[in-house]
Design a protein around this ligand. Structure first.
Ligand code: FAD
Ligand code: NAI
Length: 467
């Protein structure tokens, strides 16, 4: 077994594993160092995949409430949480084993253990089975991902006070769940437990949920969440969590100051963001620079300041999204193989997998106003879409923002059932530099929810047909 490779990737999350696969496809010999006992990183083990399995199962569970109006009589559904958790585990295993298969197929060696950079060209691995192994390669990719951000003074025990990891593992539906942070994790995992019967209160520091999201979308989403019986404490901060008997007392205060309030909780989920994870990586000794937030500094070609050392994914600047990490992994592998691929950071979609889903790409209205860019907005509600009406899933709308002079699509924001699938039409058009008129002139199958995208494009020019 050789210890010398063309490429060593540290971390087998979406960024690392896609980089390793693409590099191998391009003829490089590749080792991937991963300390977890399964490949796939945060995303496949404790992130995207398990959360979506629970979102899917809990959505179907809650959906049974609407069966009767469709003429389906099934009685009140009973929850078997153990079986639902098993369903989630199958999703994890199926996906992580899939990556293991792809590694074997592409002859990528999974070196099991913790990798430490020893300078340009060398990685020392503290092997999981004991002992160390020194690997050498002309190029090294740091793809070590991110970890949960902690709230000072609040200790996560992953049982009562949990991060997303513990919230995916609960053995009992909490009576009262307090979620600290109204971002993506809070709303997705809050939705899971809300559907399964928890009373969910979201405490968000800022005046609105999902910071960075188009304001009109966020406002509509808040209204919908309230209908779903979420309690939203906006502009509030948690100042402490104390154990009280079997439960917890959560102290909160208005962010701008004011009277404190105490909330009872069975479980508290802390999800106030994630931070780059570089522990034990040896960046200091190897001389790799990090920024003020601990993220590995890279240039436009994903190179660090040390020759032959590159970094991608959650460990560097940019949205902490699996598909962003994946794109960087592929682009980097191709560059290392001498190709000149380009990554378009302006067209990275974001999806919140709640019901309805929220999906967006490009600029929000707030960003366009701030940048002084003149635009036209076209909006179309799902209440006017035939398919949504037939399914009685009419919450939400599609909004397209296009340059006032050129009609080029600058941003698309969708809140509605299957928004996460519909957004890709907009992503493709934007990647091609297309105009709202291009979408408006494209024949869309009837009856589909996607017709609302076409109608919103028509609305940019003031000529929607069904409104
Ligand atoms: P990671 O996936 O974090 O992988 C890094 C890997 O490196 C880990 O396996 C770690 O064990 C390993 N590692 C670290 N240091 C070392 C070392 N020194 N030696 C060896 N191995 C090491 N994103 C989406 O796009 N869509 C979603 O729906 C979504 N849902 C999410 C839900 C949750 C609950 C969470 C927490 C995150 C979610 N994300 C989602 C974010 C997504 O998981 C991350 O953006 C993505 O995993 C980042 O990929 P990465 O390859 O950079 O790092
Ligand atoms: P987030 O950044 O999405 O949201 C954190 C929220 O907590 C923000 O709204 C912030 O204002 C709030 N906050 C911060 N400090 C607070 C405090 N002291 N008190 C109350 N509120 C506070 O982070 P989140 O939800 O933890 O997710 C982490 C990352 O994981 C995100 O960056 C996201 O990209 C990724 N992710 C993506 C998903 C997806 O694409 N569907 C799903 C889940 C996670």
């Amino acid at each position: 077994m050789s210890d010398t490779f063309d490429l060593i990737v540290i971390g087998a999350g979406p960024g690392g594993y896609e980089c390793a696969i693409r590099a191998s496809q391009l003829g490089m010999s590749v080792a991937c160092v991963e300390k977890r006992d399964a490949l796939g990183g945060t995303c496949l083990n404790v992130g995207c995949i398990p959360s979506k399995a629970l979102l899917h199962a809990s959505e179907l569970f809650a959906e049974t409430d609407h069966f009767e109006k469709m003429g389906i009589k099934v009685g009140k559904p009973k929850l078997d949480l153990g079986a639902m958790q098993n369903f989630k585990q199958q999703a994890i295993d199926g996906n992580t084993q899939g990556i293991e298969f792809l590694f074997k197929k592409n002859k990528i060696e999974w070196v099991k253990g913790t990798g430490t950079l020893k300078g340009a060209g060398e990685v020392e691995v503290a092997l999981t089975e004991g002992g160390t192994r020194t690997l050498k390669a002309s190029d090294i990719v740091l793809a070590t991902g991110s970890d949960v951000a902690h709230l000072p003074g609040i200790d996560v025990d992953e049982k009562q006070i949990v991060s997303s990891t513990g919230a995916l593992e609960l053995e009992k539906v909490p009576g009262k769940l307090v979620v600290v942070g109204g971002g993506v994790i809070g709303l997705e995992l809050g939705s899971v437990w809300n559907r399964l019967g928890s009373e969910v209160t979201v405490v968000e520091f800022l005046p609105a949920i999902l910071p960075g999201m188009d304001g009109e979308v966020a406002k509509t989403f808040q209204r919908i969440l309230k209908k779903q019986k979420f309690a939203l404490k906006l502009g509030s901060k948690v100042t402490g969590v104390e154990k009280s008997g079997k439960g917890l007392k959560v102290s909160i205060e208005p962010a701008k100051g004011g009277d404190a309030e105490v909330l009872d909780a069975d479980v508290v989920l802390v999800c106030i963001g994630r931070v780059a994870y570089t522990e034990g990586l040896g960046l200091d000794k190897a001389g790799v620079e990090v920024d003020e937030r601990g993220r590995i500094k890279v240039d436009a070609h994903l190179k660090t300041n040390v020759d032959g050392v590159h970094a991608i994914g959650d460990a560097i600047i940019g949205p902490m999204l699996a598909h962003k990490a994946m794109e960087e992994g592929v682009v980097l592998a191709e560059r290392l193989a001498g190709q000149s691929p380009h990554m378009n950071y302006d067209v990275i979609p974001g999806v919140v997998y709640t019901q309805p889903e929220v999906a967006s790409v490009g600029k929000t209205e707030e960003e366009l106003k701030e940048a002084g860019i003149e635009y036209r907005a076209g909006k179309f509600p799902f209440t006017a879409n035939g398919r949504a009406k037939a399914n009685q899933q009419t919450d939400g709308f599609v909004k397209i923002l296009a340059d006032k002079k050129t009609d080029k699509v600058l941003g698309v924001h969708i809140i509605g059932t299957q928004a996460g699938e519909m957004i890709h039409e907009a992503v493709t058009v934007m990647e091609f530099g297309g105009a709202a008129e291009d979408i408006a002139r494209t024949c869309h199958a009837h009856p589909t929810l996607s017709e609302a995208v076409k109608e919103a494009a028509l609305a940019v020019d003031g000529r929607p047909l069904h409104m």
